[in-house]
Design a protein around this ligand. Structure first.
Ligand code: APR
Length: 239
């Protein structure tokens, strides 16, 4: 056993969240029965090649997701992780673009796959608040060129903030993967990096993922809105 430490000293904790965290806020996951990738093909809407081929279709897809995220509300799992994020030594990484952790009050969330409320200039790298409906002809507020795209990491692109993430994982004593299927790398490999430095690892998921028994020391099954607040209370005490 490598305990995370007593409740008042949780140690260095790295938390990775996925779409399951926001499921109870009404935002569909990707790979569950009614998931987004059941209704849209990744290669049509979530690659640089798709954007080159049919930018209007890709932008409509993200406009729709932006509208859904804007009306969604953080659930108790977001609120619990927000509370945890204010403790020293906690790094909160999300694959989710919905910004619900931020809206729950979380500190310093690492958005490794980008954020839906942000626009990015493909020409100069400037970022600004995304409009409700985005067009590639929108001029960049900084350089004026019409090279607007969602500030989202597509398949085939490098996730953001990898240096910071690897640094946090190298010092992790406890690693938690919450509501993620563990199918998309590099995020899916974070548990292995954490284990390689001796961190204890835990998965919180609606149902344990297929190889959870091999990859995680502990597995907590159930809806995030129930399991995450209880897990956080166990780490740092009740609110
Ligand atoms: N509570 C906890 N876990 C849940 C809940 C819930 N209420 N509902 C679903 N889950 C779990 C599912 O069991 C599944 O393992 O959440 C996971 C969601 O998995 P995916 O849909 O694959 O989402 P995620 O792992 O975040 O996807 C990773 O893939 O398409 C890309 O860029 C996209 O960031 C995304 C990445």
């Amino acid at each position: 056993m490598r305990p995370a430490g007593p409740p008042d000293q949780p140690g260095r904790i790295v938390v990775l969240t996925g779409a399951g965290l926001s499921a109870e806020s009404g935002i569909p996951t990707f790979r569950d029965g009614d998931g987004l990738w059941e209704r849209h093909r990744i290669e049509d809407v979530a690659t640089p090649e798709a954007f080159d081929r049919d930018p209007a279709l890709v932008l409509r897809f993200y406009d729709m997701r932006r509208a859904a995220a804007a009306t969604a509300r953080p659930n108790p799992a977001h609120a619990a992780l927000a509370r945890l994020s204010h403790h020293p030594g906690v790094t909160l990484i999300t694959q989710n673009i919905d910004t619900l952790l931020d809206r729950a009050g979380a500190r310093d969330v690492i958005h490794m796959h980008g954020r839906i409320d942000s626009a990015l200039c493909a020409a100069c790298g400037h970022r600004w608040t995304a409009p409700a409906a985005m067009a590639t002809s929108d001029p960049c507020p900084a350089c004026g060129r019409p090279a607007t795209r969602p500030d989202i990491v597509w398949f085939g692109e490098m996730p953001y903030h990898m240096d910071r993430i690897e640094q946090a994982l190298a010092g992790a004593q406890l690693f938690a993967a919450i509501g993620t299927s563990g199918q998309v790398y590099p995020a899916a490999g974070f548990v292995d990096l954490a284990r390689s430095v001796g961190a204890r690892t835990v998965e919180l998921n609606l149902v344990p993922t297929d190889d959870a028994r091999d990859r995680f020391d502990d597995s907590i099954a159930g809806p995030a809105g129930e399991t995450v607040p209880a897990w956080v209370d166990g780490l740092i005490g009740p609110a």
